[in-house]
Design a binder for this molecule. Structure first.
Ligand SMILES: [Zn+2]
Length: 119
């Protein structure tokens, strides 16, 4: 009787569907979750991109590419590229304000909460 224990950590050669949390993403103390869904991994799988997410997370009114570039040691095209990746998984949304695009983190539209990504 009793439940069969599922062997989750078998070291076979098959790749797991979920991706491991990168070292620069602090682990949630409560969940101790180590895995991320592929979308979230795309978002935080690059350290600079994760920094971008954190910056946007602290700016409820959004930030322009220029403002983001000032906070990072990256060139504007690189920041734009990262924002495009974030947009591709619906992690950010942008609105046009004059000549500039203002980027905002889409907290509700994504599973940052479920995957316990602090930002
Ligand atoms: Zn996720």
């Amino acid at each position: 009787m009793g439940k069969k224990k599922i062997a989750t950590q078998k070291s076979d050669s098959r790749k797991p569907k979920k991706t491991l949390r990168p070292s620069w993403v602090p682990r949630d103390v409560v969940s101790n979750e180590e895995e991320l869904c592929p979308d979230c991994f795309k978002v935080v799988g690059d350290k600079n991109r994760y920094t971008l997410v954190c910056l946007l997370g602290k700016s409820p009114n959004g930030m322009s590419v220029g403002q983001l570039t000032e906070h990072l040691t990256l060139t504007q095209p690189t920041v734009t590229h990262h924002l495009q990746v974030l947009s591709s998984v619906q992690a950010v949304e942008s609105t046009k304000s004059g000549r500039e695009h203002i980027y905002r983190l889409k907290r509700d539209a994504h599973c940052f909460e479920e995957c316990h990504i602090p930002y």
